[in-house]
Design a protein around this ligand. Structure first.
Ligand code: AMP
Ligand code: ZN
Length: 115
């Protein structure tokens, strides 16, 4: 996708703080981190969102989760981390290239506030 910001990052057309790269995956620090460690892991393949995946992506989806765990540890998140995949407008997705946020290193609040 020529106009996709994350495809441009993968192609090196937009600078990023790269965390990791292999044949199918790419990881880079979020430009607006919400915690001391906050990076994104994406497939190099342009897939708009998790909603757009199908059986042909099964291996890729497995690999991306395994790599998320490895990279989180490499980034020092030994006590744990949060993974977030925003999907579609209803899920708060802003960049329409599938990505996993990997977040940690600070005080991570519960996802659901109980009053
Ligand atoms: P989402 O709401 O899941 O689509 O999140 C998109 C994320 O991409 C946000 O957390 C942004 O801060 C991040 N982002 C947008 N542009 C860039 C960029 N050029 N480099 C790194 N992160 C970016
Ligand atoms: Zn893309």
């Amino acid at each position: 996708m020529s106009n996709c910001i994350f495809c441009k990052i993968v192609r090196g057309e937009i600078p990023c703080r790269k965390v990791y790269e292999d044949e199918e995956l790419f990881a880079f620090h979020d430009i607006h981190p919400v915690a001391p460690v906050h990076f994104m892991l994406i497939p190099k393949l342009h897939i708009e969102s998790l909603s757009e995946t199908n059986d042909s992506h099964a291996k890729l989806l497995g690999n991306i989760l395994l790599q998320a765990s490895k990279l989180a540890k490499e980034q020092g998140l030994h006590s744990g981390f949060r993974t977030v995949i925003n999907t579609g407008k209803g899920g708060g997705q802003e960049v329409f290239h599938l990505h996993i946020h990997i977040i940690g290193g600070g005080n991570i609040p519960p996802m659901v506030r109980r009053e």
